[in-house]
Design a protein around this ligand. Structure first.
Ligand SMILES: CC(C)(COP(=O)(O)OP(=O)(O)OC[C@H]1O[C@@H](n2cnc3c(N)ncnc32)[C@H](O)[C@@H]1OP(=O)(O)O)[C@@H](O)C(=O)NCCC(=O)NCCS
Length: 184
């Protein structure tokens, strides 16, 4: 792959951009402190803004690496981050990126995550030259799979007890889109 790092991407309603230190408080307020958001994730809700500060500072330091992808999802009309979309796993030898995302519950079911994923797909295929974009979700969290399907990722099967989260050891529904399918 030809890594480009977390570059700014604009969509109709969103800006996807790097986190900045001024995002710490709104990130805590909008999603990192939420038990609903973290239900199927691997991290627990932050119980202080200092925890969000620690995490965002790690991300901000990582932006110097060209293979680090962690975007703040910022609705234009709000002007502050409501969540994040990122590469949570990468198989360099297979030209594969594994995408994860989450947004605060106040913004669920408004099409924002689908709009964000739909925007990073062309970036990874056309700019980064990825061959496979994949993502997976817990079968008990089907709305995440709907985001994947809406963006053209194909369901490949459910891997039994192959993942872990705050729920324990869980099944994983695997979705992916290949460059050859995207280009045809
Ligand atoms: C899962 C999650 C990312 C979905 O994000 P979202 O921005 O609400 O998703 P979208 O609005 O783009 O919805 C995509 C599709 O999912 C379905 N959907 C999403 N939220 C829904 C809801 N609350 N009720 C019913 N259907 C819903 C719809 O089919 C929707 O398509 P439509 O808009 O054409 O009806 C969001 O709920 C979230 O951040 N959850 C917590 C973190 C998480 O679970 N991340 C994924 C881990 S694998």
């Amino acid at each position: 792959m030809e890594h480009k790092g977390t570059v700014k991407i604009e969509t109709e309603r969103l800006i996807l951009r790097r986190f900045e230190e001024s995002d710490i408080e709104p990130s805590y307020r909008n999603w990192t402190s939420s038990e609903k958001v973290t239900e199927f994730l691997r991290w627990l809700p932050h119980d202080s803004v200092e925890e969000t500060e620690r995490v965002l500072k790690i991300w901000i330091n990582n932006y110097e690496k060209p293979n680090f992808y962690q975007w703040a999802i910022v609705p234009l009309e709000l002007g502050e981050p409501i969540g994040t979309i990122s590469v949570v796993g990468m198989k360099e030898k297979c030209d594969t990126v594994h995408i994860g995302y989450c947004i605060g519950e106040a913004w669920w079911h408004k099409g924002y995550t689908s709009e964000a994923l739909a925007a990073v797909i062309p970036f990874f295929f056309e700019n980064v030259k990825a061959g496979r974009i994949e993502s997976q979700h817990d079968p008990n969290n089907p709305n995440s799979g709907k985001v994947m399907a809406k963006c053209g990722l194909k369901y490949e099967g459910t891997l039994r007890k192959s993942d872990w989260s705050n729920k324990g050891i869980v099944d994983a529904c695997m979705y992916a889109l290949l460059a050859e399918d995207y280009n045809n």
